[in-house]
Design a protein around this ligand. Structure first.
Ligand code: S3P
Length: 449
């Protein structure tokens, strides 16, 4: 069911003819949460460069501070120093919190922190905003309980979640759902467990946690099924002591994608995005766009701290429709709003199938995307697990809603730039603040009229 009203600021967006310039997108949000959490759990100091800005990552920082972790920001933009609370004998000396841990809008904060807390011998309660308080939490509670943590949720299996941790025993867990957040929660709990922890997922999800655990010195093995995208398992050996280190976050692929789509759709674009994270579990959207006829060059590809990154040169392109279904959907979850905008401007039919998980994100992203595509004047069919549309290269404009979801707001900002006339997005500013507070200023600086 579609929420009836959209509160918050309305932003008017006018046509642009190109995005021109060289730009380094903000640090990766997913990896930033992990750098902070592992840094807090490690021995010694972790120094992070290019930490993601935005409310979600600030929530992880404020929760860690309540647990007694010193996180110092600055002096440079995006710099953070985390004084780890890991001890010589492998324990973690967090403070028992004297208040609730407010995760705001951030599912990654709530679910990963649940894993960390499961290993601590005190009780803590995680809360969140209205959107996060609707999202499913049994998916993390089930494996963490199996490892020995006591976890309580509301009768609807939502936040607030109270975790009473300690005394965990490593377990083999075959997850029924493909979720990097659940995998990460189990691995973070596994760091405090006696015995081996093994996590098996039906389809391989983003593997930032595994890569970063290795970088911090954990003893961890991964085993992929056929094709790199099928079944996949991770084994974490007990007794690892994490050591603080220096880390530089790559640019966030999911954020960069809004500008990529803008660069493709606006005919006078000449855009280079530097230092973009290209982890295979994150950059599948490049393959989809290429199938649609996008001209995107990847140059200067390199590995830093176990993560691949490179620069993207984006050329204006005429796009044709494409379908997304099957196991690649897991690798595209956060990118579907931006891809839906590319589909709206592509000639012919496009569809997304097998993406039921989109209904459990910061908003019900199927409802949100379908609503906003219809606001462009397109005929769109909605399925329980996706949508179908027939795109066209020109649109007049639309009255869009953010659905209080940063990805919806940014995706339809880009759609608005590519429309002939003026558009409006309701509930814009507060939504964008979650992951990229200065997105509108960045777009303005790159846009050519
Ligand atoms: C994330 C995993 C994904 C993704 C989310 C960030 C992470 O969620 O959609 O934005 O940082 O692990 P799920 O684990 O629910 O698929």
């Amino acid at each position: 069911m579609e929420p009836e009203v959209q509160t918050g600021s309305a932003r008017i967006i006018r046509r642009a003819r190109g995005l021109v310039g060289v730009y380094d997108p903000p640090g990766d949000k997913s990896i930033s949460h992990r750098a902070l959490l592992l840094g807090a759990r490690a021995r010694g100091e972790t120094v992070i460069a290019n930490l993601a800005e935005g409310r979600d990552v600030r929530r992880t920082i404020s929760c860690l501070r309540v647990l007694g972790v010193d996180v110092n920001l600055g002096p440079a933009r995006g710099e953070a120093r985390v004084v780890g609370r890991g001890t010589e004998d492998g324990r973690v000396d967090f403070h028992s919190p004297d208040r609730m841990l407010d995760c705001g809008n951030s599912g990654t904060t709530a679910r990963l922190l649940a894993g960390v807390l499961a290993g601590q011998g005190f009780e803590a309660t995680l809360t969140g905003d209205a959107s996060l308080s609707r999202r499913p939490m049994a998916r993390v509670a089930v494996p963490l309980r199996r490892m020995g943590a006591e976890i309580s949720l509301t009768p609807e299996d939502t936040l607030p979640m109270t975790v009473k941790g300690g005394g965990l025993i490593g377990t083999r867990y075959e997850s029924p759902i493909a979720s990097a957040q659940v995998k990460s929660a189990v691995l973070l709990a596994g760091l405090s467990a006696s015995g081996l922890s093994e996590y098996v997922e039906p389809v391989r999800t983003r593997d930032h946690t595994e890569r970063m655990l290795k970088a911090f010195g954990a003893s961890i093995e991964t085993r992929a099924g056929g094709g790199g995208r099928g079944e996949y398992s991770v084994r974490l050996n007990p007794g690892s002591i994490l050591m603080g280190r220096e880390l530089e976050m790559p640019g966030d692929f999911s954020s960069a994608l809004y500008l990529v789509v803008g660069g493709l759709l606006l005919s006078r674009s000449d855009l280079t995005l530097r230092n973009v994270g290209l982890n295979p579990g994150r950059s599948e959207a490049l393959r989809v766009l290429t199938r649609m006829g996008a001209k995107i060059e990847v140059v200067n590809r390199r590995m830093v701290a176990g993560e691949s990154r490179g620069d993207l040169k984006v050329h204006p392109s005429k796009l044709k429709g494409a379908g997304i279904s099957g196991s690649s959907v897991v690798w595209l979850m956060d990118e579907i709003p931006a891809l839906a905008v590319a589909m709206a401007f592509a000639e012919g039919e496009s569809f997304v199938k097998g993406a039921e998980e989109l209904r459990h994100k910061e908003s019900d992203r199927i409802i949100a995307v379908v609503h906003n595509l219809r606001a462009l004047g397109l005929e769109v069919g909605e399925f329980p697990d996706g949508f179908i549309l027939r795109g066209r290269p020109t649109h007049d404009g639309g009255e869009f809603r953010s659905f209080d979801d940063h990805r919806i707001a940014m995706a339809f900002h880009v759609a608005a730039l590519a429309c002939q006339g003026e558009s409006v997005i309701h509930g814009y500013d507060e939504a964008v603040d979650v992951s990229w507070p200065d997105f509108p200023e960045v777009v303005e600086a790159l846009a050519r009229s």
